[in-house]
Design a protein around this ligand. Structure first.
Ligand code: NDP
Ligand code: GDR
Length: 328
């Protein structure tokens, strides 16, 4: 039975990846931080097959302990401070967790593997946010990185460190440059979930408006369930490599709003969406669109959920959740 260790088990992607690996017969370990993490109960309820280990990306000794307990064949480093807006408010903490945390994981991997470096395969959750200021579209593996946030800078550090460990030690380390991916499990601070929740609440008469920042930004949005499959495929290759994972389509937040409000029968949504300067960023990433050709060719990976299906899936899930909460 192959063994996998996942950091970020309480996030959006961790549970999808755990479900995929459990379905393939893996023994799955999840790293959870804090003495009383409020999301532990969610993981225990939704993923009873996952064994939880305590640790923190900033604490190398806790990671070494987790490796010795899990004895993993595959390690997926999904843990991070991942909210871009928050990274300006806490640039140092973001650098420690999202940047240096990757170095800690690579070191723990190297120490655990010892002389047999091929014993563990490592996945790093890199991000399209590393492309930042638009240099080339569509963005691909060779596109110049120009991050626009402390989060993006920290991810660039982790990305190159992963490549460096591959080149220095021959480690089977892969970096997935994943474009935005969403789902009903998305944190409510991210724009898609913020909108799907607000649309559900407005349609039920629980809220009147929603306040957003720049709704002209464009993103290449896919479904998280599809993207964790690409992570797994990377670790099944003969050698580690870097891959862009994206749909190849871009849409503005306006288009997301259009489909989301239409799902609940509202056509004229503009008066319901307020602009709030608090949600504008010091530096914006205006346009992301990925070229997933390498992932298609080498991993035989393709997204299965369209943009409209994704928006509707999120709105439907939030409608059900808000109805249940409101007893409607
Ligand atoms: P989430 O923000 O939903 O989850 C982040 C996870 O990291 C949580 O489980 C969180 O745990 C954990 N974490 C935070 N700080 C620490 C720490 N100090 N030590 C250990 N774990 C910690 O992210 P997603 O699931 O959306 O994304 C997964 C990864 O992929 C992240 O690295 C993200 O940056 C990256 N990524 C995401 C994309 C997306 O569109 N979703 C696109 C490209 C990259 P806790 O619950 O304790 O806070
Ligand atoms: P992003 O996702 O920064 O792309 O990072 P987010 O959903 O936060 O923002 C997307 C775009 O929407 C604009 N926006 C708003 N964003 C939020 N959160 N709230 C608002 O009210 C709002 N109004 C407009 C933003 O300015 C931005 O242009 C996500 C994270 O998952 C990262 O961890 C990951 O690496 C990247 O995707 C790829």
């Amino acid at each position: 039975m192959p063994r996998a260790l996942i950091t970020g088990i309480t996030g959006q992607d961790g549970p999808y990846l755990a479900e995929l690996l459990l379905g393939k017969g893996y023994e799955v370990f999840g790293l959870i931080r804090g003495q009383n993490n409020p999301k532990r109960a969610m993981v225990e309820r939704e993923l009873p097959g996952v064994k939880l280990l305590t640790g923190d990306l900033t604490d190398l000794s806790s990671l070494i302990r987790a490796y010795s307990q899990a004895q993993p064949d595959e390690v997926y480093n999904l843990g991070a401070i991942s909210f871009v807006a928050y990274s300006w408010e806490n640039a140092r903490l973001t650098s420690d967790v999202t940047g240096m945390g990757v170095l800690n994981m690579l070191e723990a991997t190297r120490l655990y593997a010892g002389e047999d470096i091929g014993k563990v395969r490592f996945y790093q959750a890199s991000s399209s946010e590393m492309f930042g200021k638009v240099q080339q579209v569509p963005q691909r593996e060779s596109t110049l990185l120009w991050p626009r946030s402390p989060y993006g800078v920290a991810k660039v550090y982790g990305h190159y460190m992963t490549i460096n460990y591959r080149e220095s030690y021959g480690m089977h380390a892969s970096s997935g440059i994943l474009f935005n991916h969403e789902s009903p499990r998305r944190g409510p601070e991210f724009v898609t979930r913020k909108i799907s929740q607000a649309v559900a609440r407005i349609s039920l008469g629980l809220d009147e408006t929603v306040s957003l920042g720049n709704i002209d930004a464009k993103r290449d949005w896919g479904f998280a369930g599809d993207y964790v499959d690409a992570m797994w495929r990377m670790l099944q290759q003969d050698a580690g490599d870097d891959y862009v994972v994206a749909t190849g389509e871009t849409h503005s937040i306006r288009e997301f709003l259009d489909i989301a409000f239409r799902r609940v029968g509202i056509e004229a949504w503009e008066p319901l969406v307020l602009q709030d300067p608090r949600f504008f960023r010091p530096a914006e990433v205006d346009l992301l669109i990925g070229d997933p050709a390498k992932a298609h060719d080498k991993l035989d990976w393709k997204p299965t959920v369209s943009f409209a299906e994704l928006v509707e899936m999120m709105v439907d899930a939030d409608l059900a959740e808000q109805r249940a909460l409101a007893g409607k």
